[in-house]
Write a new protein. Sequence first.
Length: 1132
Amino acid sequence: MLKNPFGGLTVRRIALAVLVLLGIAFVVQQSPRVSYAGYAPFATPVARAWLTLALCLLWIFAYGVLALVRRLDRLRITWQPAPPEPAQAASDDGTLVAARDRLDALFRSTLRVLRRDGPWWRLRRHSLYRLPWYLALGSPGGGKTLLLAASRLGLGAPAPESEWRPGDPCRFWLGDRALVIETPGAHAAIWHHLLKRLRQARRLCPVNGVIVAIDVQDLLGGEQTAMARAGEIRACLREMQRCFRRAFPVYVVVTQCDRLAGFDTFFTHLDRGGAEQPWGVTFAGAAPRADDAALAAFMSEFVALVRRLQDRVVHLAATAGDDVQAGAIYGFPAQFESLAEPLYGMLGHVFARSYQAPPAWLRGVYFTSAARDGQEHPVSASPLAAAVRAHAPARPRGSTQPHGYFIAGLLRDVIFREAGLAGRAAASARRHASRYLTPAALAVTVAAIVLVLMAGFDRNRVMTRAVHADTARLAALAASVDTGGTADELPRMLALLDAAMRPALPPARSPAESILERWVGLYQGDRLKDAARTEYRTLLRQALLPFVQARAREAMMDPAQGDMPRFRALRTYLMLGDAEHFDAAAVMAWITHDARALPLTDAGRAKLLSHARALLDVPDFEASAPPDAERVARVRAELSARPLADRLYDMLQADLSEAVPEPLSVAQLEGMDTPLALHRPSGLPLSDGVPGVYTLSGYHLYPAARDKLITGSERDGWVLRRPVSAGHAERLRESLDRTYFSRYVEAWDALLNDVRVGAMPPDARDGAAEMHVLAGADSPLRRFLQAVAVQTDLAGKGSPPTPVDRHFGALHQLFQGANGAAPPIARIQASIEGVAQFLDGVDAARQHGVPAPPADAIGAMQDAAEGQPSPLRDMLQQLANDGKAVAVDDIRRRIDELWRADVAPFCHAALDNRYPVDPRSSQDMTQDDFNRLFGPAGLLASFFQANLLTYVDMSVTPWRWRPNAVRLGFSRAALQVFQDAATIRQAFFPDGGKTMAVRFQLLPLFLDSYFTRFTLALGNQALDYAHGPAVPISFAWPDSSAAQSGRIGYEPADPGGRDGHAVSGPWALFRLLDLGTLRQVRSDRYKLDFDLSGKRVSLELDAGSVINPFGLPALRRFKCLDRLLGAGPGPR
């Protein structure tokens, strides 16, 4: 079969040939311009024909040399060592063939997806270099699959047919940022086939990097396991280097670090952003090195990682939930440190230098965790870690989704971002350059020369036509414009001048373009420009000069303009007619200022100023416009009526305002990069401040501007015909200084009196944070005051103080320390820091339920405020008052929260709707609950002692809040609850015991004659009376038998047949007393009457103490409050 003679013809080669031919044609076309000493070797057509032939032969020769070099390169024989033996060879040829076929199928489907929907100029096929490619190596079960699955980067199978199946030789992961090929690299044949496919698919850069996954168990499994795994990795990397013949970065990733004891506990506080950040070491250098710099730096970098873990142990252990978690956190850095030696040994074996081949490029070492809930427990690297892990809580097993630490940021921000580090082979780069760059350079050169020729000719032609057209249009405009110089003619006058200027000033071009235009010839712009410039200047004198003179005349005659503008307008008006005193710069300055008041856009104003400069900036300008003598005399008389010093200061202030137009705002003074902690009571914004005239920048310009005005007044004495003498100039200087310094002080006093510290947040934590900011090195308050001190320190060192320095001397002293001592502002900030720490203590006390610390820092700040300059004194007093208010409010909320959390729920549950607090209730309060609530160490007593004792005055009855507790906001009902609780405690717990004890005696006083016998029994204790001598009987409740019953018996039975009444329950004593009527006889004695079916029995109850529980009002009115902050009682 005949071979296709056009088989090697491609679009690229056709385009290259066309570009080369165009280049040859351009060289031949320009060759007549080449000459030396008057001799032009290519002037004749024959000479140019020979030049064409020579260039074509040179091109053919160069192409043949390149083809020969490529053929010799194919015949080159190179020695390569035999590939290493595989770790596990395929046992079955059929299985090996199936694995290769599966690998080819995966490659084909992946390439189809990557090339799909490309741009039209690539025939709808994307480049395979659009995404970086990476190889992920690791032993089976080493965590590389979980590493990629838990990355949260959208990595997945490229196509449905590429989904992973058990037994696949590799796995493709495609995402928006990269393609990752996961393979164990165990079978040599499959591994070689994979490398071959990669080299065929992407010759210039087969892979952008290699991710080597090392299971943490391989590191802790002993030296033999680690070295065996290192040998496999080294063999795979050597084979890749031999096959690809180019450098690629290797990223070593230690996986499944969650198997280290304490890992989950140590990092469980991280949010998603923290868990995604990379954790490890990236070695310096963006290119491979022949030395062992990366290995040498590994141990020091690893020690730095361990140190960072140790720095966080104290903080994390303090926030741990229990001792077990704290122990796990404490032991984790040691667990991690145990990886150093085995990991360093493995890296040394893999990446060490060898005489056989250059070492692999170790780019970084990283540590990750990717696991599914329910996997095996962590391993321990020490007995201590095993002991801690034994008591650690188990992981939840509710999900099988992979979750990971330190993966997403590693892949996204480190590995994928460094896709360009992979190098190209030198031979490939040279072939690529020789194949593409040379023809491309020739094509660009040819195209550039052709374009320059065409553009130069076209631009010259267009410019010539434009000049002719503009000349005709200029003549038409000049005929329609009135050149009398009135303001109404301004738009048409600008149009006329623009039309006249355009031929004189062709469109601006870069120097390179101008050189090319002249190089290709036919440039006529210079002659056209000279002719148009003369006509343009004539129009400027006829149209613009009368307009400027008229504007100056109107301004000097207008009293509303002010003395300074009128003076400058008069000077300009006179200069236009006085060649002796004419100053082009002064006239141009006035025109620039006056143009701001004209009804023009920014573009129109710029055009007007451009024409004015063209009018004045010429050596031969004639200042011959005649002035109006009568108007000049009138204006001179009006201006001379005001003192010269006042007029000069107005001019000085205007000049300085123009030089420093922006005010120095409060925001700038306190620092743009610090929190805005200041505010202005007047309501003015912080962006407003002191005018720039009265700032240090304005002051630096002031002496020169003052002297310039005084000198100008001496020079411009001719304007008003009042020359200034030398003595008068000195008095003017003193007057200007006096006025300037006075207004300088007024401006800064006004600002300082209108700046205060912002209101403190009501929460102690936020208030402490704000106080820390004010006390810190970047304190906005300090920066504001220091900036004010700098702005008002005008004299500097070694110069006599100005009135401004003397006025603000106290403020300057705040930042001046004597003999190297700290400045006074440091002591003031220390007092602010003391208040911040006090508020931190208040917040911590509220969180832990303990009393707040003493407020000594508030008093210290108030003392520090005395004698300070304004506004610092007022600011410190405000901070002290706000700090005290925040502290009191936080204490109030803390106490109320403790009450609602610790006391109120139990009080309601134990007391509401229960006897004896509710006498109508049939449900009794248990004695244990009563003891726990009202006992000496009970909830109410403990709460009162811990939180309210210092705020209550118990020396009066009823109790009252002390004066320092009025702002707590607690109600009178809240205080009554604690007073009643104290009364109940004293009555029921007279001995201060943990359980209540009531002792009393009963003495019969009267027994109705109807009864022959009366008994009152309480547990094992009884009173038995039968109209004999009355003997008192002692009772103790609860008694030793812990009986919960009581009974009244009598004989004979009443007419209704009843012979007694019985009660039961923990409060049987008081229910038994409730059957009768208890009346107080003395403070410690009561009379108890029973009405038994109309028959009376009277007993005397001797309580033994004036403080007793019988008929106790405090017990009856006691109610549980839901909260202490002014709320009423809870439900009964």
